[in-house]
Design a protein around this ligand. Structure first.
Ligand SMILES: [Zn+2]
Length: 127
């Protein structure tokens, strides 16, 4: 088994073994680099979503807002990895946490209002 004829980023000879008939290791083989790049491009295109063809629609309630947020999250996630993408995803998650928390509080408040209303009716019956 011979060593790869590639050069490391530090300018040293690559210590990895050459793969198969190639004079290069897996990471330095120009043919494999091209294949890997093509696969990444195909993967990126497959993950990309069209923002105009599948508009999530009007936002008039929590369910629709969550659908909209999830769509925005999905589109942000499909972007190429970057600090900008992470910021966008974090921002949408922050909004989603607020929306879910408010919806939960609202549900608990409605329950309490219902209990208060019911107990007031009971008090009215006793008099
Ligand atoms: Zn190598």
């Amino acid at each position: 088994m011979t060593d790869c004829i590639g050069v490391t980023p530090e300018g040293k000879s690559c210590p990895a073994p050459a793969v198969g008939d190639s004079e290069y290791c897996f990471f330095h083989d120009p043919e494999k680099i091209a294949q890997a790049q093509a696969a990444r491009i195909r993967g990126g295109l497959a993950r990309r979503v069209s923002p105009t063809t599948d508009y999530p629609g009007a936002v008039e309630n929590v369910t629709q807002l969550m659908k909209f947020l999830n769509r925005a999250l999905e589109e942000s996630w499909a972007l190429e990895g970057s600090e900008k993408r992470l910021r966008a995803v974090a921002q949408f998650l922050r909004i989603a946490v607020d929306v879910v928390g408010l919806a939960d509080l609202n549900a608990r408040l409605e329950l309490l209002e219902g209990l208060i209303y019911a107990s007031n009716k009971d008090v009215g019956k006793q008099n």
